[in-house]
Structures are given as structure tokens and as C-alpha cells.
Ligand binder design. Structure first.
Ligand code: FAS
Ligand code: PHB
Length: 395
């Protein structure tokens, strides 16, 4: 016996993309149901992104999700780059774009989204097993899933694939249609969270020992990363070793300001660039990590999920209000222009700030000269700043 329900948009995935899409659609009078594979607790235990582009901040405020972010988030005018043997550089987004960034964790955003969906009576089905979209090229698509031992079906007009890199949505696009582009990097990031006062800036460090990054979540919650080999074992990195290595990779004046403490979370993330095209197949629209992965160096992953959702929610709203499909028909191309820009910036910053195994002295000198040019040229600084702050959404 299959229990069937109906909604306008079935959303697969209850991470930031799926929850934000559901929230914005309801604000525009459009029904949706979110199908999430994990429990809410599992989703909220993930430690992910921390830096928001100006466009993300503006959109969250516009859709009523800015109150806690503005209370607890940390607005800042850019991020620093500390380069071994060179003077400090600042990616001055305020000076060159007039726009500020915001440090506010993805976990907090997801908490805010769950609270908003609950307050609005949004339907989120957790621990939904074996979610499968069907009939995507017909006029009557639907999604099936399993819950509490029974099979269920949701008839809908559209399906949003917001189920991340390992989700089901991208896999249902025929191989003859789907084009993928990817690059894997020969290292990862070992990240920790500590309940300590953060360093004064978000600071990327280039060092002969390897990359390091100091970031924050709030005045008593800090996030630190160091570049590590892909075969790194967490067990080989007790806290004191992490702190020694982090401080060895940053300038002395910065190291002396780092407040160390016990880690409350420690994890290793591999670095990868991945883009899938197109981001639409019939009635299925991909958004967020389901369509693309960028190395975290540019702080773009979460921000790209938000911009995809901005474009997709605008498109669905146009359709339900007017019957026009101009934005729906243009969604994939529009979203992919921003995706490729962010993928390129993230790749460029990753190549600039990391030492690669077995790189030649020539490649090392090219990297150093790139940094020296960045320090010397306001044009280069303006170009980096506008990309780091996030290019404006397309009309
Ligand atoms: P998500 O992966 O967050 O959410 C997808 C959801 O779909 C998940 O809840 C999953 O459980 C669910 N799902 C999967 N398969 C399903 C199925 N078959 N059925 C139903 N549900 C299913 N970005 C940054 O900008 N800065 C960072 O520092 C940063 N660090 C990161 C560290 C790690 C370890 C990872 C993995 C990512 C990081 N990212 C970072 C990127 C990250 O923040 C993503 O861009 C962001 O989570 C994208 O959100 P979603 O697209 O919603 O995907
Ligand atoms: C983070 O705070 O987790 C963070 C900040 C900047 C990045 C990546 C991650 O580029």
C-alpha cells in the first residue's frame, strides 16, 4: 500500500539549499515538502562553512532570516593573507566593493532555517529512506521514499535536487545528458573547532610548511585549518601537535595572538572541484552541492548553494504567479555562470595558497610573483576583492 500526497515542489535534501528553498517558496505562497535522509540532529551536527558573501547576507535578511545572524555574526571588511617572508595583505572587500562579509556558521544558519520552517508549519520529512524521483520528463513527476516501514509517494509539479554531492538527484540524469568536470587536489584540510577567542581577522597563511587558515564562528568559538596529506589520520594529530603546527605556519606576531584550547571538533576534508551540467533535467532542478563542489579556499560552497536557491526560487515564483517559464528555462545557464566564476576563484586561491607535492622551483617562483603582483597592483586587488565578496546576482 503506497501512501500518496501532493505538493507543488518536492525538495530532496534538507541541508541549507533544501531548507532555504522551502522557506522562500512558502513566503511566495508555493507549497513544498522536504525529504531528508538523515535525522535533524545529524544534519545539525555537521561543521561546515563559516564565511558569507554580501549577497548571501542580504538575501537572508530579505527573507526574514537575518535577526540572529545580525546579533551573533561578525561583519568584517575582508580577509587577510599572511605570506611567509612578505608583509601582510588584506583582501579589502569594503574598499573595493563597498560590501562587507559576515562570519556566521552554516550550522547556525541551518538551525535558523529549521526554526523558521517549524514556525511556518513547513513539512520536513526526516529519515526518509530510498528517495527516488520519477517521470521527470513527463508532466506528472513524482518522488517515492520509505518511512517507518512503508513506501510513500509525493506527486508534484517540480523536483528540486538539493541532496548534496552524494545524493540521488544528479544520478538520475542520463549519462548522455550529464556533463561533469572535476579536479582533485593532492591534499586536504585538517580543521578544528575550539571554544577560544578567535584571531582578529580571517587569515589565510601561505608557508613553506603548508597552508593554514584562522577563522571564527563567534567571540568564543574559533575555527582553524591546516593543509594535510590525504592519508592523514586524525589520531596522529592530538591538539598540542595541531596548535604547534598551526603556529609554525603563521607569522610570529600572529602566532603570539592565537589562543589555543581543547578541540571540540576535529575533521579532515579533501579538496575537490566539481561541476555538473546542466543543472536541469525536465522537471528536476539541481541546487547546491548536488551540482557543484568547490575547494573551501574561496569560502564559496555555501554561498553558491544560496545563489542557486535565489535563482530557482525566483524562477518557480515567476511560473506559479504568471505561468511564464523564462527564469525556469534560463535557470541552468544563469546558475552555472556564477558556479563557474566561483569554481575558478576557488581553484585560483587554492593554487596560490598551497604548496603542491613535487612542484618545480619555477612553479614556486610563479606563485610568489603572483602574490607580489597582487600586493603591488590595486587593479589586481580590486579584481580579487569583487570575486571574494561575491559578484552580484544576475537580474
Ligand atoms: P548539503 O550536503 O549540506 O545538504 C544535502 C542534504 O541532502 C544533506 O542533509 C543530506 O543528508 C541530504 N541527502 C543526501 N542524499 C539524500 C537522499 N538520497 N535523500 C534525501 N536526502 C539526502 N563551504 C564553504 O563555503 N566554506 C567551508 O569552509 C566549507 N567547509 C566544508 C567542509 C566539509 C567537510 C564539507 C563536506 C563541505 C564544506 N563546505 C564549505 C561546503 C558546504 O558548506 C556546502 O556548500 C553546503 O553544505 C551546501 O549545502 P547543500 O547544497 O544543502 O548540501
Ligand atoms: C571557515 O570559517 O570555516 C572558513 C573560512 C574561510 C574559508 C573556508 C572556511 O575560505
Amino acid at each position: 500500500m503506497v501512501t500518496a500526497t501532493r505538493t507543488q515542489v518536492a525538495i530532496i535534501g534538507g541541508g541549507p539549499a533544501g531548507l532555504l528553498l522551502s522557506h522562500i517558496l512558502q513566503r511566495n505562497g508555493i507549497d513544498s515538502i522536504v525529504l531528508e535522509r538523515q535525522s535533524r540532529r545529524h544534519v545539525l551536527e555537521r561543521i561546515r562553512a563559516g564565511v558569507l558573501e554580501a549577497g548571501t547576507v542580504a538575501l537572508l535578511r530579505e527573507v526574514g532570516l537575518g535577526a540572529r545572524m545580525d546579533r551573533e555574526g561578525h561583519p568584517h571588511d575582508g580577509s587577510a593573507i599572511a605570506w611567509e617572508g612578505r608583509s601582510r595583505f588584506f583582501i579589502d572587500t569594503k574598499k573595493f566593493t563597498g560590501r562587507a562579509m559576515m562570519a556566521y556558521g552554516q550550522t547556525a544558519i541551518t538551525e535558523d532555517l529549521y526554526a523558521a520552517r517549524d514556525a511556518a508549519g513547513g513539512e520536513i520529512i526526516d529519515q526518509a529512506g530510498n528517495v527516488q524521483p520519477h517521470e521527470l520528463t513527463s508532466s506528472r513527476p513524482y518522488v517515492t521514499y520509505e518511512k517507518d516501514g512503508s513506501s510513500r509517494r509525493i506527486d508534484c509539479d517540480y523536483v528540486a535536487g538539493c541532496d548534496g554531492y552524494h545524493g540521488v538527484s544528479r544520478s538520475v540524469i542520463p549519462a548522455a545528458v550529464l556533463r561533469t568536470y572535476e579536479k582533485s587536489y593532492p591534499f586536504g584540510w585538517l580543521g578544528i573547532m575550539s571554544e577560544t577567542p578567535p584571531y582578529k581577522d580571517i587569515c589565510y597563511c601561505y608557508h613553506s610548511r603548508g597552508f593554514a587558515l584562522a577563522s571564527r564562528r563567534n567571540p568564543m568559538l574559533s575555527r582553524y585549518y591546516i593543509q594535510c596529506d590525504l592519508d592523514t589520520k586524525l589520531a596522529d594529530w592530538p591538539d598540542d601537535r595541531f596548535w604547534r603546527e598551526f603556529k609554525a605556519r603563521c607569522p610570529r606576531d600572529m602566532a603570539d595572538c592565537i589562543v589555543s584550547g581543547p578541540s571540540i571538533e576535529k575533521s579532515i576534508a579533501p579538496l575537490r572541484s566539481f561541476v555538473a551540467e546542466p543543472m536541469r533535467y525536465g522537471k528536476l532542478f539541481l541546487a547546491g552541492d548536488a551540482a557543484h563542489i568547490v575547494p573551501p579556499t574561496g569560502a564559496k560552497g555555501l554561498n553558491l548553494a544560496v545563489s542557486d536557491v535565489f535563482y530557482l526560487s525566483r524562477a518557480l515564483t515567476e511560473f506559479y504567479r504568471t505561468g511564464r517559464t523564462r527564469y525556469l528555462d534560463g535557470y541552468s545557464d544563469t546558475a552555472l555562470r556564477r558556479v563557474w566564476s566561483a569554481a575558478r576563484l576557488s581553484w585560483w586561491l587554492t593554487m596560490l595558497l598551497h604548496r603542491f607535492p613535487a612542484e618545480t622551483p619555477f612553479e614556486e617562483r610563479m606563485r610568489l610573483n603572483q602574490f607580489d603582483y597582487l600586493q603591488a597592483s590595486e587593479h589586481a586587488q580590486a579584481s580579487l576583492a569583487e570575486q571574494y565578496a561575491g559578484l552580484p546576482f544576475e537580474a
